[in-house]
Design a binder for this molecule. Structure first.
Ligand SMILES: *[C@@H]1O[C@H](CO)[C@@H](O)[C@H](O)[C@H]1NC(C)=O
Ligand SMILES: *[C@@H]1O[C@H](CO)[C@@H](O)[C@H](O)[C@H]1NC(C)=O
Ligand SMILES: *[C@@H]1O[C@H](CO)[C@@H](O)[C@H](O)[C@H]1NC(C)=O
Length: 265
């Protein structure tokens, strides 16, 4: 754009110079004609007049021609200059809009990142515990089932497991994995079940006349927010735990689920 304006200005200057030269040249011709006439060469006055008229005509034609070119160039220069200004304004406007959009996008990204962080924090759900914190203890047998309270907590990320009640409460809808291990010393039966909202789901059950016994089981459950999961010791059975942490209950969120995903199943 700048180059074009320069070119136009250069052209204009060039035309100006050429015009002056042509004008000057014609005048010189006129002057140089004078001595020739004075030399008394056969130079009829009519011819001189005609030539003069002709040169005046062509001089006027040149003049008109250059005036036209001049005007056209000036107009063109003005148009280009105006366009340049317009483009600059447009450029500024575009840059402003782009900057605004960039701001919006980075704001969106930031808020999305924050949202994801929050979602990820909500998804951090995992617990694991054994029955007793110290010593050796037998639990059972009882005449009815009891809910076991696993007191020796290894992890409780998200605090969804309550070590006072022994109950895990789902903080969000999703697929969860649970696992139970029971340990005993014969002669005894050791049996416990994972419950979901009052329903028995899976059990670990072993009988041994003497020596150690152990059994374990696990299950993946789909839980709604507020669903509860816990372990109950069967009536008439006994389990043992010690500093060896043999009897354990663990659970964690595999992945969250939304309504549509549940409908698919
Ligand atoms: C982006 O966020 C900043 C601060 O949070 C705010 O001042 C600005 O107006 C936001 N820009 C847009 C385009 O939303
Ligand atoms: C688990 O029980 C089996 C018998 O059912 C026994 O052979 C094994 O040693 C026990 N393991 C532990 C770690 O107590
Ligand atoms: C049982 O758990 C406790 C921590 O709660 C740990 O210090 C101890 O080493 C564990 N015992 C075994 C045998 O893993």
């Amino acid at each position: 754009m700048k180059g074009l304006v320069c070119l136009l200005l250069l052209l204009e200057t060039f035309v100006c110079v050429v015009q002056h030269q042509v004008d000057g040249g014609l005048n010189e011709n006129e002057i140089s004609q004078q001595p020739r006439s004075e030399d008394g060469r056969p130079n009829p006055p009519q011819t001189d007049t005609l030539r003069d008229e002709a040169s005046t005509d062509s001089q006027q034609n040149y003049h008109l021609f250059f005036t036209d070119i001049h005007a056209a160039l000036r107009e063109l220069t003005a148009t280009v200059t105006e366009q340049k200004a317009n483009n600059r304004a447009l450029e500024t406007q575009l840059r402003d809009e782009m900057n605004k959009k960039n701001d919006e996008i980075s704001n969106l990204t930031l808020s999305q990142v924050e949202e994801l962080r929050k979602e990820n924090r909500e998804r951090e759900i995992a617990f694991s515990a054994s029955l007793i914190q110290s010593g050796i203890d037998y639990i059972g047998p009882f005449t009815t089932e009891i809910t076991l309270t696993y007191k020796n907590v290894f992890t409780n990320i998200g605090n969804a497991y309550n070590l006072i009640t022994g109950v895990f409460t789902a903080p969000l809808k999703g697929a969860y994995m649970f696992r139970v291990s029971v340990f005993g010393i014969g002669p005894t039966q050791s049996a416990a079940s994972i419950y979901k909202n009052g329903e028995r789901v899976v059990s670990a059950d072993a009988y041994q006349a003497k020596d150690f016994l152990n059994s374990s089981n696990g299950v993946v459950l789909i839980l709604e927010v507020g669903d509860v999961v816990y372990v109950r010791l069967w009536s008439g059975t006994r389990i043992r735990d010690s500093y060896n942490n043999h009897s354990t209950f663990s659970g964690f969120l595999l992945f969250p689920l939304r309504e549509q995903e549940l409908c698919r199943m």
